[in-house]
Design a binder for this molecule. Structure first.
Ligand code: 5AD
Ligand code: SF4
Length: 417
């Protein structure tokens, strides 16, 4: 029996899909190279923006045609959209065999067991990638006014330190070199009085683990000890994803972000002073209800002032249940598009300018992938770096002298090893 897992959405979903994959492999099922070859298809959904839901509906439309041709196909939907719109998905796509919300993934084995033929040749597990995700917190308790996550993933909960260490060790044993600790706000990690800084110290003691990354850090509570730990600990990547969302205090307040632009800027400056080569990236939502041209200009000016290594820019999308859902979505699609493209263009120029400082620099990079004579790697700052190599160096750390920069990547020549 062959299976296929389609994943939409964030790293948390990628991590859940990896767990599903591990489970199915351990039951003796095999990967299908594409969805059309599969006897079992799992769709892992996201509900953070309408566009993600639209993707899921299109996928299910195509899957329904596949089911018409192959009535023995087993299909299930999991994830955030399944959590809050499970009933309507079941009603609309009657062919589905099971629908399981993001909070119910522990029931996955039970849900598929009656459909799958177990007892095939048991594979050990999925081969680890160079980097692997480890979930350290589930849910979110921040209730930013636009965000559906607290409603679909539930309240904030920290995973126990033991569980995190065991999961990390398992990944490292399977070949992972880098671990990415995941949570909606890792800064509020707390398990029996061990905070996120304490957790980082423990995780970094694991032998064979070369790099630690994490996301996401909420700007409202970034302790000094954490900044100092990132600066001092060689295993911790010099990369922080610090969503600003907007630089207008009026908009930030309506978003319930609990900081002002002034406070955010001070934090960025403090981090940069203490960690010299840090790369800070950010998320921005444009077109939040009530965002005027002037509000947008403040965000644009902040992007120019703070010079992020990269920006993820999203058009505001009203989400059911959230408190912003009651506000009128009054920025037109045309204006959202215009603001999106202006900010993106400026942001790309800025990241290219920042990457320019790396020209001729010798970067220590970890190789994640190899294809057609080209290694794809990242430095500690999480910038993608490509270089030619006759050998597949996946999983190795090498030194690359940077010769060319773009806005989202760089390329160079490997120093002979
Ligand atoms: N509309 C647009 N963007 C959103 N995000 C979260 N909710 C919404 C929404 N309703 C963005 C935020 C967050 C990122 C993961 O997704 O910028 O940081
Ligand atoms: Fe959503 Fe805010 Fe929680 Fe992030 S911190 S998941 S934006 S509610």
């Amino acid at each position: 029996m062959k299976f296929f897992v389609e994943t939409i959405g964030c790293q948390m979903n990628v991590n859940d899909s990896d767990k599903i994959t591990d489970y199915l492999l351990s039951e003796g099922l095999e990967y299908a190279d594409d969805v059309l070859q599969a006897d079992l298809v799992i769709l892992n959904t996201c509900s953070v923006r309408f566009s993600a839901e639209h993707k899921a509906y299109s996928f299910l439309g195509r899957l329904s045609e596949q089911k018409d041709k192959n009535p023995r196909l087993i299909a299930g939907v999991v994830g955030c959209m399944a959590q809050y719109a499970g009933k309507s998905i079941k009603n609309r796509f009657k062919f589905l065999d099971f629908v399981l919300g993001a909070k119910e993934l522990d029931k996955f084995a039970g849900a598929v067991s009656k459909f799958i033929e177990t007892g095939g040749v048991r594979k050990a597990t999925r081969k680890s990638g160079v980097f692997e995700y480890v979930t350290i917190m589930r849910g979110c308790g921040n209730f930013c006014s636009y965000c559906i996550v607290p409603y679909v993933r539930g309240p904030e909960q920290s995973v126990s330190v033991d569980e995190i260490l065991a999961e990390t060790e398992k990944c490292v044993k399977r070949g992972a070199k880098e671990i990415i600790l995941l949570g909606q706000n890792v800064n509020s990690y707390n398990y029996k009085n061990i905070d996120f800084t304490g957790l980082l110290k423990e995780v970094s003691l694991i032998n064979g683990l070369e790099r630690i990354r994490f996301m996401t850090n909420h700007p409202k509570d970034f302790p000094d000890e954490l900044i100092d730990e990132i600066a001092a600990n060689d295993k911790i990547c010099k990369y922080i994803h610090l969503p600003m969302q907007s630089a207008s205090d009026y908009v930030l307040n309506r978003m319930n972000r609990k900081y002002t632009y002034g406070k955010y800027k001070l934090l960025v400056e403090k981090i940069r002073n203490k960690i010299p080569r840090i790369n800070i990236t950010s998320d921005i939502i444009i077109g939040f209800p009530g965002e005027t041209d002037d509000d947008f200009k403040e965000t644009l000016r902040a992007a120019e002032d703070l010079k992020f290594g990269g920006l993820f820019i999203f058009k505001y999308s009203p989400r059911p249940n959230t408190s912003a859902y009651k506000l009128k979505d009054d920025v037109s699609t045309a204006v959202k598009k215009e603001r999106h493209s202006v900010l993106l263009e400026r942001s790309n120029e800025i990241s290219k300018e920042l990457n320019g400082y790396y020209i001729n620099s010798e970067e220590k990079v970890l190789v994640d992938a190899y294809a057609n004579g080209i290694c794809e790697s990242r430095n500690s700052q999480n910038i993608k770096i490509f270089f030619n190599s006759a050998k597949d160096l996946t999983g190795k750390t090498v030194t690359v002298k940077i010769t060319k920069v773009f806005s989202n990547s760089m390329s160079g020549d490997m120093r002979e090893i």
